[in-house]
Ligand binder design. Structure first.
Ligand code: ATP
Ligand code: MG
Length: 415
């Protein structure tokens, strides 16, 4: 099935004020600068264009100089690869000198700066990513990218196997872009070459894999593409463990409007605490990401021991000690499973905690309250507070001042 490309959208892109100012400064009789890659692709598909990358005949120092003379802020974000971020009225654009690969080793390329748009296009990965757009509205397509885009096909530029051997990350990118932009099955040549070259993924840094995998997990066709990865023997290696497709599907059906990569990873690959530990290492997750996976595992475990069905009171107790989003994801992931069953009232309560219309209950007593009441400073404070917290949870997590006073009196009497 093919859908028309929106060429009119290219004109609209060129009418964006900041972008137009940028292109006018960076185009003259001697130098040419074009929009390239994702912005052109997404405009043609009527998808949101959030980042605009440009490619230019100018060398990095000249880009810096010209930007400054025009009054734009210029930051040499990747000057060794030829990339400068130029900020026009608050909007950042990445401008990169035209390049060609002179040497590749499967992970990184030695590049030379050039002045040839065709060679720059051909060193890119997929035909749909190699389109460029001139200031005059001309669309340049040296690799058949427009036809592939219209057919929703993700194809390597040139021979898939050769291109993968230059940079094995392209295997991950092949599946990621397929999941986001393609219709139908993956391109057979790309799929076969990815399979043959699979072992090359091992030489890549974990950070680069993680970046592509997390993007894949939130792509439009993530569910199907994850299964393709599994069917072709990639998934176990990527996750270092087994996958829960049913849970992943339920979460993707539930979070469509606002998918969060790390929660999707949790649903797919976290069953027990050790999974969170392994994935932290395997994908070099941040502390916060790891904490989310661990919270997911902890809640899965805790819910096994909760009386089912969960009612609004149970939800209130749970959100008092756990992130409402984590609870929401766990419940979405396990929704098709025999337990826990969650009643309607409980679901509604959880929605209120997640969207902030009802505040999450906060335990109302502090150590300072006990000290003020005469309990001497020391480890006893912690013990009393823990006991009071248990009572508070059992009694419905009330937070009103009257309840808090009563609770304080009770614990003071026992102390
Ligand atoms: P997204 O919207 O996901 O950012 P994008 O097309 O901007 O999509 P990037 O990963 O930001 O994708 O890369 C920008 C462009 O650089 C790509 O469109 C592609 O032309 C080129 N590119 C990036 N990585 C590679 C690679 N590993 N091999 C070849 N070309 C690449
Ligand atoms: Mg990009």
């Amino acid at each position: 099935m093919t859908e028309a490309l929106d060429r009119q959208a290219l004109a609209s892109l060129l009418h964006r004020r900041e972008l137009r100012r940028l292109l006018e400064v960076f185009n003259d009789a001697a130098e040419e600068t074009r929009i390239v890659g994702g912005a052109v692709r997404n405009a043609l598909l009527r998808r949101p264009v959030t980042e605009v990358d440009c490619t230019t005949t100018m060398l990095p120092d000249a880009i810096m100089g010209r930007a400054k003379r025009a009054g734009f802020k210029a930051v040499p974000t990747g000057i060794e690869h030829g990339t400068i971020t130029v900020i026009v009225d608050g909007e950042p654009f990445e401008i990169t000198t035209l390049r060609e690969d002179v040497e590749t080793d499967g992970r990184r390329a030695v590049v030379h700066f050039g002045r040839d748009f065709v060679r720059d296009a051909k060193r890119r990965d997929f035909t749909i990513n190699a389109l460029s757009l001139g200031l005059d509205g001309q669309l340049y397509d040296y690799t058949g990218g427009a036809a592939d885009l219209a057919a929703r096909r993700v194809r390597f530029i040139g021979e898939a196997r050769t291109r993968i051997r230059e940079d094995y990350l392209r295997i991950m990118r092949f599946f990621r872009f397929h999941a986001e932009y393609a219709q139908g099955d993956p391109d057979p040549e790309g799929l076969a070459a990815s399979g043959t070259e699979r072992q090359g993924l091992a030489i890549l840094s974990k950070e680069r894999i993680r970046h592509e995998l997390l993007k894949l997990l939130v792509a439009k066709r993530a569910e199907e593409t994850i299964r393709v990865l599994a069917d072709h023997g990639f998934l176990t290696g990527l996750l270092g463990g087994i996958a829960e497709f049913g849970r992943f599907d339920r979460v993707t059906a539930d979070d469509r409007d606002n998918p969060v990569p790390i929660w999707r990873l949790a649903a797919l690959a976290v069953m027990v605490e050790e999974d969170a530990e392994r994935l932290r290492e395997q994908l070099r997750l941040s502390n916060d990401e790891h904490r989310k996976l661990a919270a997911f595992a902890g809640l899965l475990n805790l819910l096994k021991t909760c009386a089912s069905p969960l009612d609004a009171g149970a939800i209130r107790r749970l959100v008092a000690g756990h992130e409402p989003d984590a609870l929401g994801i766990v419940l979405a992931a396990t929704a098709g499973e025999p337990s826990p069953v969650v009643n309607k009232e409980a679901r509604e309560a959880l929605t209120r905690y997640r969207n902030g219309t009802e505040p999450v209950p906060v335990f109302p007593l502090r150590g300072a309250d006990l000290i003020e009441g005469g309990v001497p400073k020391g480890p006893k404070i912690g013990t009393i507070l823990a006991r009071a917290r248990q009572a508070w949870l059992a009694e419905g997590c009330r937070t009103d001042a009257e309840y808090a006073r009563g609770l304080l009196n009770r614990v003071m009497e026992q102390a």
